[in-house]
Design a protein around this ligand. Structure first.
Ligand SMILES: Cc1ncc(COP(=O)(O)O)c(C=O)c1O
Length: 518
C-alpha cells in the first residue's frame, strides 16, 4: 500500500502498531486470521466467484450455510452494514407512503428509510430505567396501544438490544404484532453474538421477529461494514427484499468483506458455545472486580424488569460515573490519554466499552486496573458520601403516577412528516432561542446516531438546554448544518399547512415560542 507519510494507510499502520487497546468496534479487535494483504483477496465477479445480487455458486453456498446455521428462512450477506439491511427491510415491507410504527430510539437508518419511502411514522417510546439516564426497552403494551390507535400501520421496527445492551421483550412484542397480522423488524445490529452461548440473550431470530438485522462487524470477529439480514417469517416477500438489497447495496460488493463474513460464521459455527467460554470467563471476572468500585458502576442485570428491560447484554460494559466532579467525557479522555484504552463512546454520565470474543485477558485487566485507580481518585476527592445518583429527567412526572407511567419518556410534538420537513422551505434560526420552531434537521449524538431531534418535530426549551449541555460536556452533537450548534435550520412559517400542523393548535391560535414569530 501507499507509503506516503501523510497517507491514511500510514496513520492506520502507526495506530495499529501502537499500544492503544480497542474497547470499540470492530469485534475482531484488529486481531484476525487474515494475515496476508487484503489486496490479494480483492477481486470482482469473475468466473467461479459468483455474484451477490444473483447468487448461484460459492456465495449461494456460503449463504445457504449461514441460513442453516441461524435456522432462518433466508440469511443474506450485507456489505453496506446494517444500514442497507434496515433500508431494504423497511422498503420491502411497507409500501411507499404507508404507515410504520417505529421505536423513537431507532438508528438514523430507520429515519432515512422513512424519508426515502415517504412513510408516515408513528412512534413508540422506550421506557426509562429508574435512577439512570439510560433508556430501557419497548413495552409490548405500548406497541399494542399504538397499533390499536393507528390501524394503517404496516410494520413495526424496534432496536433491541440498544447501544447500551438493553433487550426488549421481543417475543411478547412479536405476539402483539402478529395478532394484528403485522410483521416485526428488529434492528439487532448490536446483537450478532446473541444466542451463540447461554451467557448472552436470545436473538430476536428465536423470539418470533420476521426480519432481524445484525452487524457482524460490531460484536463478532468480522470486518467493518459486514452485516446480515435474516428473514424469519412467512409474511415477508423474499423477492421484494432482494429487489431492495440490490438497490441499496453496492453493485461491486467487496470479496474481502464477503470472505470476512463467511469466515466469521464458519468459525463461530465450528467452535459453538465452547468458543465463547474464555470470553465469558473474562467478563465474569471483570464484573466481579467491578463490584468493588464505589463511584464507577457497571450496568448490570439489576435493571431487569424495570423500564421494560427484559434482558441485558453482559458483553457491553456500560460504566456509569456517579461523580459530582467528573463526567463520562472526562472518564473517556482519562482512559485514553493516561491508560491508552479507547472506549466506544462517552455520554454525559457514562462510557461504553465494547467487548467481543477476540478481547484478551490482558485487555480486561488493563481496564479494571485503570477504573480502580480512577475510582480511588474520585473517592479521595469526593469521599464516599457524595455519590451522585444519575437522575432521570422526570421532573414533569406526577409522583403519584404508577411506576409504569413515571418511566415513560417525554414525547416529542410532531408537526410534519420527516419527508415533508426535509423537502420544504426552511430558514436559519438561533438555536438557543429556537423553542417553538419546527426543526428541519436531525440532531443526534454520535455515537450511537439516534436522533434527539427529528425533522418535523417542535423544538422545546428542555431539548435545547439538554443539547447545549451535551455540547458543553464535550459530546459529539452532530447532524445539523451548523456544527457549533449556534444555529439551526427550521421550517418557514407555513408548517401548519402540513400533515400534523392543523391538529396541534386550535384554529387561529398562535404559538408564541421564543423563536417563533407569526
Ligand atoms: C442500533 C443500530 N442500528 C443500525 C446501525 C447501523 O449499522 P452499520 O454501521 O452496520 O450500518 C447502528 C450503527 O451504529 C446501530 O447502532
Amino acid at each position: 500500500m501507499s507509503n506516503h507519510q501523510d497517507s491514511l494507510y500510514n496513520k492506520l499502520n502507526t495506530y495499529g502498531q501502537g499500544e492503544v487497546y480497542p474497547f470499540h468496534m470492530p469485534g475482531h479487535k484488529r486481531n484476525s486470521q487474515l494475515s496476508d494483504s487484503p489486496y490479494s483477496y480483492d477481486i470482482t465477479e469473475i468466473d467461479g466467484f459468483d455474484n451477490l445480487h444473483r447468487p448461484r455458486g460459492v456465495l449461494k453456498e456460503s449463504m445457504d450455510m449461514a441460513t442453516e446455521f441461524y435456522g432462518t428462512r433466508r440469511t443474506y450477506y450485507l456489505v453496506n452494514g446494517s444500514t442497507c439491511g434496515i433500508l431494504s427491510a423497511i422498503s420491502a415491507v411497507v409500501p411507499q407512503g404507508g404507515t410504520i410504527l417505529m421505536a423513537r430510539n431507532c438508528h438514523k437508518a430507520v429515519y432515512n428509510a422513512v424519508y426515502l419511502r415517504k412513510l408516515k411514522a408513528k412512534y413508540v417510546y422506550p421506557r426509562k430505567l429508574p435512577d439512570l439516564s439510560i433508556l430501557g426497552g419497548i413495552h409490548p403494551k405500548d406497541v399494542e396501544d399504538m397499533i390499536v390507535a393507528n390501524p394503517k400501520i404496516k410494520a413495526v421496527v424496534i432496536t433491541s438490544p440498544t447501544y447500551e445492551g438493553v433487550v426488549s421483550y421481543v417475543k411478547a412484542i412479536a405476539s402483539v404484532t402478529h395478532k394484528y397480522n403485522i410483521p416485526l423488524i428488529v434492528d439487532e445490529a448490536h446483537g450478532a453474538h446473541f444466542s451463540m452461548s447461554e451467557y448472552f440473550p436470545k436473538s430476536a431470530i428465536e423470539q418470533g421477529a420476521d426480519i432481524v438485522i445484525q452487524s457482524v462487524h460490531k460484536t463478532l470477529p468480522s470486518m467493518t461494514q459486514t452485516a446480515l439480514l435474516h428473514v424469519c417469517g412467512d409474511m415477508i416477500d423474499l423477492n421484494l427484499v432482494e429487489r431492495y438489497l440490490s438497490i441499496y447495496q453496492s453493485s461491486s460488493p467487496s470479496y474481502v468483506l464477503m470472505a470476512s463474513i463467511d469466515s466469521c460464521i464458519r468459525d463461530v459455527r465450528e467452535k459453538g458455545p465452547l468458543g465463547f467460554i474464555k470470553y465469558e470467563e473474562n467478563l465474569v471476572k471483570f464484573r466481579e472486580k467491578a463490584e468493588k468500585l464505589t463511584h464507577l458502576k457497571l450496568l448490570d442485570k439489576k435493571i431487569l424488569g424495570k423500564g421494560a428491560a427484559y434482558d441485558l447484554d453482559l458483553g457491553k460494559l456500560v460504566i456509569t460515573v456517579g461523580s459530582i466532579t467528573y463526567t463520562g467525557h472526562d472518564l473517556h479522555e482519562e482512559l485514553l490519554k493516561k491508560y491508552k484504552l479507547q472506549m466506544e463512546m462517552a455520554a454525559s454520565d457514562y462510557v461504553i466499552a465494547m467487548t467481543s470474543l477476540n478481547d484478551t485477558e490482558e485487555g480486561f485487566d488493563r481496564l479494571i486496573e485503570a477504573l480502580t485507580e480512577i475510582d480511588r481518585d474520585i473517592r479521595i476527592r469526593e469521599g464516599y458520601g457524595q455519590i451522585k445518583a444519575l437522575k432521570e429527567d422526570v421532573a414533569e412526572n406526577d409522583p403519584t403516577d404508577s411506576v409504569d407511567k413515571a418511566h415513560k419518556v417525554k414525547e416529542a410534538v410532531v408537526c410534519m412528516e420527516v419527508y415533508e420537513a426535509l423537502d420544504t422551505e426552511t430558514e436559519v434560526c438561533d438555536f438557543a432561542i429556537s423553542s417553538g420552531r419546527i426543526s428541519a434537521e436531525y440532531i443526534y449524538l454520535y455515537p450511537p446516531g439516534v436522533p434527539v431531534v427529528v425533522p418535523g418535530e417542535m423544538l422545546d426549551r428542555a431539548t435545547i438546554d439538554y443539547l447545549l449541555k451535551c455540547k458543553a460536556d464535550g459530546l459529539d452533537v452532530c447532524g445539523q448544518m451548523d456544527d457549533t450548534l449556534n444555529e439551526i435550520m427550521v421550517i418557514k412559517e407555513n408548517w401548519k399547512e402540513f400533515s400534523y400542523g392543523k391538529n396541534i393548535l386550535p384554529d387561529g391560535q398562535k404559538l408564541l415560542g421564543e423563536g417563533y414569530h407569526i
